[in-house]
Design a protein. Structure first.
Length: 334
């Protein structure tokens, strides 16, 4: 399969102003050197605890946050385009192809507007001039997310969380994107509603041949949804492979700990719960060596001094499994 997007050595560092850092030139290293390809038609999971940089990376993919280093190329019919150097006018045709669904539908729906008012906005922006045509498209979009056309004349507060999230998805679909970043898109919903919205996302993907980057802190929703999973820690990818391979042959100690936190009733495998001590360390002064070493139960001296590279290992099926840890005892593929 062809890549839609190719990220190379992407950094997003935010300068910190004021506070205790006033006298220094500190930066939050939200994304700290990420290489990643997103392939046409796949569901790529981006997983990690809050503060690991996954949301910033999702926004950097969409150019909603601009990378401070590295390259993001879009691969379309007309060839490759480097997105990081384009200004707003240059990005305009690409924004149409790359959309986002947020966790909280409130943030994408203006409470003072009817649903039509919120959903017609991107259509108008991209040149659908006639109001009658916009009403027809919005009606069709609402039906596509299993809602009634009449919903367009009501206000966001009249709908439940699950319904608002469907409307958020309809909005992301309105200008026929190729790739949608779903940022914790079901995390705020009850489990039964989560399943419905996930099913809707999968049905829409098939119908409209979409590509998803699915950002979540919850590994348990990724196993059946995602084709590949990238696990992030402190702004870096620490493990990346097919979803099935990740669950069957976990290589990185951080992923192992995340997996062990999934209740055994949900996943019939490891029963030992590995407790991760403390929170993700500050991305202002990340730990030396392997950034996971202060919380890793296998840490050795080398882990405190040397940064482990993300290296490829061979899977049983002959595929590639990337992981960044000094202590993996399989021979690397390179
Ligand atoms: Fe743990 Fe060392 Fe591997 Fe980092 S490199 S995950 S500290 S064993």
């Amino acid at each position: 399969s062809e890549p839609i997007l190719r990220l190379r050595d992407v950094h997003v560092h935010f300068p910190i102003k004021g506070g205790v850092f006033k006298r220094t030139k500190d930066h939050v290293r939200a994304v700290d050197g990420v290489d990643l390809d997103v392939y046409k038609g796949e569901v790529l999971g981006l997983v990690g605890e809050s503060g690991c940089g996954k949301t910033t990376l999702g926004k950097a993919i969409l150019q909603l946050v601009r990378a401070t280093g590295g390259s993001v190329t879009y691969h379309g019919d007309a060839g490759e385009t480097e997105l990081t150097t384009l200004d707003d006018a240059g990005l305009f045709p690409f924004r149409k192809r790359l959309q986002i669904v947020f966790q909280d539908p409130h943030s994408s729906l203006n409470p003072a507007y009817t649903i039509f008012g919120s959903l017609e906005d991107p259509l108008r922006h991209y040149g659908v001039r006639s109001r009658a045509e916009r009403r027809k498209i919005v009606g069709d979009l609402l039906e596509a997310v299993n809602m009634r056309r009449e919903a367009m004349d009501r206000y966001p507060h009249e709908f439940s969380g699950g319904q608002r999230q469907r409307i958020g998805i309809a909005r992301a679909l309105s200008i026929e994107p190729e790739l949608i970043v779903c940022d914790e898109a079901v995390s705020a919903l009850d489990v039964s509603i989560q399943a419905q919205v996930l099913q809707l996302l999968m049905d829409l993907k098939r119908e409209k041949q979409l590509t998803y980057v699915f950002i979540t802190h919850d590994l348990s929703v990724t196993e059946y949804l995602c084709d590949r999973i990238a696990v992030m820690y402190l702004g870096r990818i620490v493990e990346l492979c097919d979803a099935e391979e990740l669950f069957a042959n976990t290589l990185h100690p951080y992923t192992e700990a995340l997996l062990s936190a999934i209740p055994v009733a949900d996943l019939d495998r490891k029963s030992e719960r590995i407790v991760l001590e403390g929170d993700v360390p500050s991305p202002v002064n990340p730990p030396s060596g392997c950034p996971f070493h202060p919380r890793c139960r296998y840490a050795q001296d080398v882990c405190r001094t040397d940064v482990p590279a993300l290296r490829p290992y061979r899977t049983a099926a002959g595929g590639e499994h990337l992981a960044a840890c000094h202590l993996i005892d399989q021979p690397p593929a390179d």
